[in-house]
Ligand binder design. Structure first.
Ligand code: ADE
Length: 239
């Protein structure tokens, strides 16, 4: 899969999270291609300005439409048809379903917004969607683009060692994962729950399910409300 990134800070993508670990290896193996484009190269004025003052007045600067749209047009021909996403806190929330949807694409273009915003006409007429990675404000869309690339890449065939693991994890069913433990059996006086050492696989499965449900109810009542609980689940919660 090809990711094209449009940014005024291409240096943020040198090395960094996309050069290491699973995504780094996927790139080395040619499963993932990341291309970074400097928006300043597409500026039209002699100072290579990519931002300007807002019409109507107010604080801060707004990213100009020309560099972004010129960059989108220039890269359009460089590869297969692309889905274009603008990263902005004003976007629709990115979630696992969106990651899954993007993982089926051949090519994704990620436009990184900066400053106090991007000229509204970009979002309205020149991109397919506006996306936010969460209800918090970053200094720009660059980290958000990395988050999207990471979440999508791990869903691509061959990227994770074990094909099963990508989707076996939570969020198919919107429930949090059960607690995991490894050696040592006792760490600074803290013991691993006895049931996990029992070798009784039915008991272990029931304990894990119960912990997952309790944890989801406690930490993510929004997800818990959407769960379709079985009679067995309800019995576990009554125990
Ligand atoms: N730019 C600034 N904050 C952002 C966020 N939460 N998601 C996507 N892009 C952003």
């Amino acid at each position: 899969m090809i990711f094209d990134i449009l940014t005024i800070f291409p240096g943020m993508f040198e090395g960094g999270p996309l050069g290491e670990s699973i995504v780094g290896k996927a790139r080395a193996r040619g499963l993932v291609t990341v291309r970074v484009h400097n928006l300043r190269d597409y500026a039209t004025d002699r100072h290579q300005m990519t931002d300007d003052r807002p019409f109507g007045g107010g604080e801060g600067m707004v990213m100009k439409p020309e560099p972004i749209v010129r960059a989108l047009e220039a890269i359009a021909a460089q590869g297969p048809p692309a889905h274009v996403v603008l990263l902005t806190p004003q976007g629709a929330l990115f979630d696992q379903a969106a990651a899954r949807r993007y993982s089926l694409l051949e090519r994704l273009v990620l436009v990184c917004g900066r400053y106090e915003g991007v000229d509204e006409r970009v979002g309205q007429y020149f991109v397919d969607e506006e996306v936010s990675i969460g209800d918090f404000i970053l200094t720009g869309g660059e980290l958000a683009a990395m988050v999207v690339i990471d979440a999508v890449s791990r869903l691509l065939p061959g990227v994770l060692g074990n094909e099963a693991s990508a989707e076996a994890e939570s969020f198919r069913e919107p429930v949090l994962e059960y607690p995991q433990y490894t050696r040592p059996q006792e760490f600074r006086g803290l013991k691993v729950p006895e049931v996990l050492l029992s070798g009784d696989h039915r008991r272990i499965a029931r304990w894990r399910r119960k912990q997952a449900l309790l944890r989801t109810r406690q930490r993510r009542p929004d997800l818990f409300a959407r769960l379709q609980l079985t009679e067995q689940d309800l019995a576990l919660l009554r125990e």
